[in-house]
Write a protein that binds this ligand. Structure first.
Ligand code: ZN
Length: 149
């Protein structure tokens, strides 16, 4: 399971393994740098598990749904967080209507619902609309408290 990203130089689609989503890579075709992921990734449960096990940076997960007004208001905050913390965090969007299994695993009742995970563990969880400053503070704090020695 890998994430497909288009090279901004030549358009080549590159497969990025979960372990390298926060790293600068190199395009397989034109050899230009592929910057770390800087936008939220729409994930399914398989990709979520892959990233949870392999990411070397904290992960923010946004549980949302189409019909949820506060989720729509949170979306630009989530996108801003992914841009601000490119290379330092990974941001996933989970459609809670499509991924009941994962919503149940984390006891997600109200949405938007945000999880912060690091080294495979849940570090923080909070429901309700928050701004990108708050999301970024969670991720920075997760990186500090649970970095393996
Ligand atoms: Zn390229």
């Amino acid at each position: 399971m890998a994430v497909i990203r288009a090279c901004t130089h030549c358009g080549q689609k590159n497969r990025i393994p979960a372990t390298h989503l926060a790293d600068t890579g190199r395009c397989g075709a034109c050899k230009n740098a592929l910057p770390p992921v800087n936008e939220p990734l729409a994930a399914d449960t398989a990709l979520f598990d892959e990233i949870l096990q392999n990411a070397r940076v904290p992960v923010l997960v946004d549980f949302w749904a189409d019909w949820c007004g506060p989720c729509r208001m949170a979306a630009p905050e989530v996108a801003r967080t992914a841009a601000d913390l490119a290379g330092q965090a990974i941001v996933l969007k989970m459609d809670s209507d499509k991924h009941h299994d994962l919503a149940a695993r984390y006891n997600v009742r109200g949405i938007p619902n945000f999880l912060v995970l690091h080294n495979g563990k849940l570090v923080h969880q909070q429901a309700g609309l928050v701004g990108h400053d708050q999301m970024e503070a969670w991720l920075r704090s997760a990186a500090t408290v649970s970095t393996p020695a």
